[in-house]
Write a protein that binds this ligand. Structure first.
Ligand code: ZN
Length: 439
C-alpha cells in the first residue's frame, strides 16, 4: 500500500472541498477521469452492462455505480456523507457596529466544537442562484483567500473563560468582515464578483464559512494527518477511489455520498431520502428486472455505512469503552450499539470482517461506554428506504466536529483496500442468515 500517495491525494481533495458542493464537484472529476458517464435524474436512463455511471442530486449528494453484467446478483454498496458542521451565512448578512466595523450574521449548521473556529483565518464558499433569461442557474463560489476572522474576547474581559465557557452563537461566533465603508452590500458584491454576475442577479445563496488552514502531516514520523472535514470526506474519498479501482464481477458496485447527515439526513439529498432507492429501482428497471427480482437482489446485497469513528483520546483515555478501544493507524473501526444506533449485528459484522480479512487490512471495534450516549450516523436512517444487511464502520479520528481534525495516515488506504474487495465481491443469500461470498 502506498500510504504517502493515498494521503497526498486525500489532503488535496480536502483542501479543495470546503463543503458538500465542492466535494461533489471534485468527486465528479475523479469519476469522469475514470470514464464514468454522468446521468441526470430528469432524463431517461438507458443503462448498459459493463458500464459505469454517476448521478447527483442538489449538487450536494452523489451516487456512482458500476454494472458488470445485466443479470447481476445484488448491490455491493458503501455510503458516506460529504457535509460537515459549519456556520451558514444568513440572508441580509451584514451587521454594522458603531459605524466602524461590518460583521456577518451566521447560524450553526450541525453540532460543532465552537472554540477552534475562533482566531484563525476563515473564508466563504457555497452556491449562488443566478437569474438567467429562462430561469435560474447554480454557480459555485469560493473566495480563495483569508477573508474573515471570529476574534476571541480578551481574557481581561472574561477572566473565567478557562474554567469553561458557554458559546452563544448569536453573540460569540459572528465573523468580522471589514471596516465600515460607504459601499452598500459589499459582501454580496464580493460574492457576485466571484460568481461572475451583478449582485442584483443573485436570487438566493447557500454560503458557508470554512477554515483556511490547509491539511498537513504531524507526528514524529508524520504518522497523523490533520485537516478540516475528515468526518466524513475521508470515507467519501476512500469509497470513490475504491469504486474506480475495483473489479465488479457479479454484483453492481455502488458508492453513495449523502448530504445533510449532520442535521439528521431528512432532506431530498440526505440518507433518509429516496435517492438511493430511486437509483436502485432505475438500475433494476433498465435491465427489465421485475419488482420481485429487485426484492430478491436486496437479500444478496450489502451496505457498508462508512462514517468516521472516535479514536481513544491521548488526554482522555477514560472516555473510551474499557474493552473496545480504537486507535489511529490500527485499522477500520466496526461500530456496535445494542440499541441499533449503529446497524452492525452479528451477520453484518461477520460479513465485513470477512471482507477485511480478504483485503488483508486490520480492523478494530467501537462501542460507546455504557454510561455515555453516542452520536448517530446514516446506516440505520437509510434502512427505512432500502432495507438490507448493513454494517456501520468508520476510520478512527480525534476532535470530531472541530474545523481541524486529526486521523491516522494508514487507515485511509486500509479502507480503500477493503472497499475494493466489497465492490468486487458478491454476497449471495442462501436462506435467511446464510451467505455464499464470492470474491
Ligand atoms: Zn460523520
Amino acid at each position: 500500500m502506498n500510504f504517502k500517495k493515498v494521503n497526498d491525494g486525500l489532503l488535496d481533495f480536502l483542501n479543495h472541498s470546503p463543503n458538500a458542493f465542492f466535494a461533489v464537484k471534485n468527486m465528479k472529476h475523479i469519476l469522469c477521469d475514470a470514464g464514468f458517464q454522468e446521468l441526470h435524474e430528469g432524463e431517461s436512463w438507458k443503462l448498459e452492462e459493463n458500464a459505469d455511471y454517476f448521478v447527483t442530486r442538489n449538487d450536494s449528494a452523489l451516487i456512482a455505480f458500476r454494472i458488470p453484467k445485466k443479470n447481476f446478483k445484488g448491490f455491493q454498496m458503501m455510503a458516506s456523507h460529504c457535509d460537515s458542521p459549519v456556520f451558514k451565512i444568513k440572508a441580509n448578512a451584514e451587521i454594522t457596529i458603531d459605524d466602524q466595523y461590518v460583521k456577518l450574521n451566521v447560524e450553526k449548521y450541525g453540532g460543532m466544537l465552537c472554540a477552534p473556529w475562533l482566531d484563525r483565518p476563515l473564508s466563504v464558499a457555497g452556491r449562488v442562484m443566478v437569474v438567467t433569461k429562462n430561469g435560474v442557474e447554480t454557480r459555485l463560489v469560493n473566495i480563495e483567500r483569508d477573508l474573515l476572522i471570529i476574534p476571541n474576547l480578551a481574557i481581561h474581559m472574561n477572566r473565567e473563560v478557562n474554567d469553561g465557557y458557554k458559546f452563544n452563537a448569536q453573540v460569540d461566533m459572528l465573523p468580522l468582515f471589514s471596516e465600515k465603508s460607504d459601499e452598500k452590500n459589499a459582501f454580496l458584491k464580493l460574492i457576485a464578483k466571484e460568481a461572475g454576475c451583478d449582485a442584483d442577479d443573485i436570487l438566493d445563496t447557500d454560503l458557508f464559512l470554512y477554515n483556511r488552514m490547509q491539511g498537513t502531516y504531524v507526528g514524529e514520523n508524520q504518522e497523523f494527518i490533520c485537516s478540516g472535514r475528515l468526518d466524513d470526506l475521508q470515507c467519501a474519498y476512500s469509497s470513490i477511489q475504491a469504486l474506480v479501482q475495483a473489479k465488479p464481477k457479479d454484483s453492481v458496485a455502488v458508492a453513495c455520498v449523502f448530504d445533510n447527515e449532520e442535521v439528521g439526513s431528512g432532506t431530498k439529498q440526505g440518507a433518509a431520502s429516496t435517492f438511493l432507492k430511486d437509483t436502485l429501482h432505475r438500475i433494476n428497471a433498465s435491465f427489465g428486472h421485475t419488482e420481485e427480482e429487485y426484492l430478491k437482489s436486496l437479500t444478496s446485497s450489502f451496505l457498508v455505512s462508512a462514517d468516521n469513528a472516535h479514536s481513544v483520546h491521548p488526554n482522555h483515555p477514560d472516555k473510551a469503552d474499557p474493552t473496545n478501544r480504537p486507535y489511529m493507524n490500527k485499522g477500520i473501526v466496526i461500530k456496535y450499539s445494542a440499541n441499533q444506533k449503529y446497524t452492525t449485528d452479528a451477520v453484518s459484522g461477520a460479513l465485513f470482517r470477512t471482507i477485511c480479512k480478504k483485503a488483508e487490512v486490520p480492523y478494530q471495534t467501537f462501542t460507546n461506554r455504557s454510561d455515555m450516549l453516542g452520536g448517530s450516523t446514516l446506516g440505520n436512517i437509510s434502512q427505512a428506504q432500502v432495507a438490507l444487511n448493513t454494517v456501520d464502520i468508520g476510520l478512527p479520528q480525534l476532535a470530531m466536529h472541530s474545523p481541524y481534525e486529526t486521523a491516522g495516515t494508514k487507515d485511509t488506504a486500509y479502507l480503500i483496500e477493503a472497499a475494493k474487495v466489497l465492490f468486487s465481491s458478491s454476497i449471495e443469500s442462501i436462506g435467511d442468515g446464510n451467505y455464499k461470498i464470492s470474491f
